[in-house]
Write a protein that binds this ligand. Structure first.
Ligand code: PEP
Ligand code: MN
Length: 338
């Protein structure tokens, strides 16, 4: 049970209500969010009659909701949360934001060429991994700090804010210095210590869906960040693991309208990791726009065949340009800008 308290209620009045609930053997958690006091009541709430709670004049709303997430729950906070990254606003009816760049930052020449080209084609944010979560310890692990300074140089030269993955809390201070949108990768979606530290960050967070996680688990992961103090979370669907071997993962596009119904957070789609195949990236990116995505995350490389990671799913500079042209047309059909 969630009880929303009217704005002018005093602490004495609120405590009186809490005592009443606790006397029925219920646990009450008091939170404040956007100037609203929310009481979350846990335990056997069937023992409580709605009317006996509504009788308290300080009670604005009482909802019995099944989901455990609160702050990211649209039932409680119906307004879309818009997340700012650099000068871009993401969510609701804002322009669809395209994040593009290589899987991994590899060299000065590579990141310069890619950034210059994706910017010209219409990307608004630059992605590039420097701490790479690779399945094999023998695969390229990323350039680390050197990669961050290469990203920064390109970002400043071409005016695109940076998106990069943080894989451990110990990287936070360093990453905050360089990165505008901190990405939590699929493998870390339930790294609760990391989520809690990101809750203390002033940077917005891009939270990818874990490859075997339900929507509820994903929203609860977002709740970890928001409840720890950082409301600026963008969700990213990047495919889930199924029995189908033809694609790297199965892109779950139905998640977009479902998440929009359940949550107030923006959601973007990564068709690159979802499919693992550059030829499938364009159709899935366009489908994501139609399904209502607030943005796209696309891997782009100046020489995909030579990429040190994820070359087979990376678009060439030319194919990304083509995709952007089509994306603009599709967005227009559904009355959204890109
Ligand atoms: C990535 O974006 O480079 C990445 C590793 O993604 P994911 O966590 O979705 O696999
Ligand atoms: Mn990748």
């Amino acid at each position: 049970m969630i009880i929303t308290i009217k704005p002018k209620a005093s602490d004495v009045q609120i405590n009186k209500l809490i005592l009443k609930l606790e006397s029925s053997n219920l646990k009450v958690i008091k939170d404040s969010f956007e100037n609203k006091v929310i009481l979350t009541v846990a335990g056997d709430t069937t023992l409580i009659d709605d009317q006996s709670v509504l009788a308290f004049s300080i009670v604005d709303k009482l909802s019995r909701i099944s989901g455990l997430y609160k702050l990211v729950n649209r039932q409680l906070f119906p307004n879309d949360h818009i997340v700012k990254v650099g000068s871009h606003k993401i969510g609701n009816k804002m322009p669809i934001v395209v994040i593009a760049g290589p899987c991994s930052v590899e060299s000065e020449e590579q990141i310069d060429q890619v950034t210059k080209s994706v910017k010209k084609s219409g990307a608004k944010l630059l992605r590039g991994g420097v701490f790479k979560p690779r399945t094999s310890p023998y695969s390229f692990q990323g350039l680390g700090v050197k990669g961050l300074s290469l990203l920064k140089a390109s970002s400043e030269k071409y005016g695109l804010p940076i998106v990069s993955e943080i894989s451990a809390s110990s990287q936070l201070i360093l990453m905050e210095e360089y990165v505008d949108l901190l990405q939590v990768g699929a493998r870390n979606m339930q790294n609760f210590d990391l989520l809690k530290s990101l809750g203390k960050s002033s940077k917005p967070i891009l939270l990818k869906r874990g490859f075997s996680n339900t929507i509820e688990e994903w929203l609860l992961a977002a709740e970890y960040i928001v409840s720890a103090g950082n409301p600026n979370v963008i969700l990213c669907e990047r495919g889930i693991r199924t029995f189908e071997p033809q694609t790297r993962n199965s892109l779950d596009l139905s998640v977009i309208p479902i998440v929009k119904k359940l949550s107030n957070l923006p959601i973007i789609v990564d068709p690159s990791h979802a499919t693992g195949d550059w030829q499938l990236v364009e159709p899935m990116a366009l489908a994501a726009i139609v399904a209502g995505a607030d943005g796209l995350l696309i891997e782009v490389h100046n020489n995909p065949e030579k990429a040190l990671s994820d070359g087979s799913q990376s678009l060439s500079l030319k194919n990304f340009k083509e995709l952007m042209k089509k994306a603009k047309k599709i967005a227009k059909c559904i009355e959204r800008e890109i």
